[in-house]
Design a protein around this ligand. Structure first.
Ligand code: PMP
Length: 353
């Protein structure tokens, strides 16, 4: 007798970026923010009374949803809070895709999407991005029959954005739900968040993991028409956010300026890094995120290993479309200076060999 559902038994599961324990690395592999969270977060943690943990957390995260919607002029019934945006994506699949139904997403993109489709026992429409990792002109046609289309903007792991007018066209023409994953949106020049007012079939998700330096807290938000939010509220775990996350997350949201200033620092470091790498013979895709996808002037897998030996962890994907590249998260200026030094040494050793 099979103990496990056949779709689960067949699948590999998601492989997260390494969180090494063996030695200390400069971690440029999981797009974490190099700066600490807001001082308001430190205070909120300090002031939290563990005695309260006896009780369940507030199930609807009302305060957090209100705070998350406020900067965009959206009331809390336009907002859903999740245990990270991965939780929100799970809720999306469970709300919008039937077992045996069809879910469309672009490729290459966030490698969790196909895993969630397998978990749901649904079918895939993986739609290839074009040569430059742009959206194909016939995206909506290729997604025909899907009830959910996931588009990541800025895209991961490529870092680029798709034009806003193209996004408008996709949202207007696709008959199902369009989920726009803006996990890196705070680093970008523009956003699709406003779309939710215009299109009742559009959901935009954000996370506090990257721009707010809170990957360990697990907190994300989805924004959409209250009709869609109400359906997703039925699907979420009753107490999907714990009490500490609610308290600490609220403190961070109240200090949005701190987050925006850090994004600006990260962008400046990124642009300097790209110029330096390109002068060393790398080819880097234009990035609007806190990471870059760059093609080194040697085999990417060997450079990945050589960087690791020198204490720098980056991300290498075996996916044939990007196997000649490395994804490098943006650290502090000092970390990136060290990274560039390691790169120079590796390239010098390569030319001698
Ligand atoms: N979307 C994208 C594109 C991501 O890269 C990530 C981070 N791995 C997530 C969503 C999920 O982030 P979190 O669950 O930490 O909010």
């Amino acid at each position: 007798m099979n103990l496990v559902r056949s779709n689960v038994a067949k699948m590999d599961g998601y492989t997260p970026g390494e969180q090494p324990r063996d030695r200390s690395y400069v971690k440029l592999n999981t797009n974490e923010n190099p700066y600490p969270p807001s001082p308001a977060v430190f205070r909120a943690v300090h002031e939290f009374d563990p005695g309260r943990l006896r009780l369940y957390s507030e199930p609807l995260s009302l305060e957090l949803r209100e705070l998350a919607g406020a900067p965009f002029g959206l009331d809390r019934d336009w907002v859903l809070a999740g245990n990270g945006s991965d939780d929100l994506l799970t809720i999306a699949l469970r709300t919008f895709v039937d077992q045996g139904g069809l879910c469309a997403y672009t490729h290459p993109s966030y490698s969790l999407y196909p895993v969630l489709v397998d978990l749901q026992g649904a079918r895939h429409a993986a739609i290839e991005l074009d040569e430059e990792f742009g959206l194909p002109a016939d995206l909506v046609q290729q997604a025909t029959g899907a009830s959910l289309l996931i588009v990541c903007r800025p895209n991961a792991p490529t870092g680029n954005v798709f034009p806003l007018d193209t996004m408008h066209r996709v949202c207007a023409e696709f008959p199902g739900v369009v989920w726009i994953d803006e996990a890196y949106g705070d680093f970008a020049a523009d956003s699709c968040l406003d779309f939710v007012r215009q299109y009742p079939n559009v959901v935009v998700s954000h996370t506090m993991s990257k721009s707010y330096s809170l990957a360990g807290l697990r907190l994300g938000f989805a924004f959409a028409d209250p009709g869609l939010i109400a359906e997703m509220l039925k699907v979420k775990d009753s107490y999907n956010l714990d009490m500490m996350t609610q308290a600490v997350g609220a403190a961070a949201l109240r200090d949005r300026d701190y987050m925006l200033a850090n994004c600006q620092r990260v962008r400046a470091t990124r642009d300097t890094l790209v110029a330096t790498l390109d002068s060393l013979g790398f080819h880097t895709l234009p990035s609007q995120t806190n990471f870059i996808l760059t093609r080194p002037p040697m085999a990417a897998d060997r450079m990945f290993v050589a960087l690791r030996e020198r204490g720098y962890l980056v991300r290498y994907f075996r996916d044939p479309r990007i196997a000649d590249r490395l994804r490098v998260s943006i650290g502090t200026d000092a970390e990136m200076a060290g990274f560039v030094q390691a790169v120079r040494a590796i390239l010098a050793a390569e030319t001698q060999a």
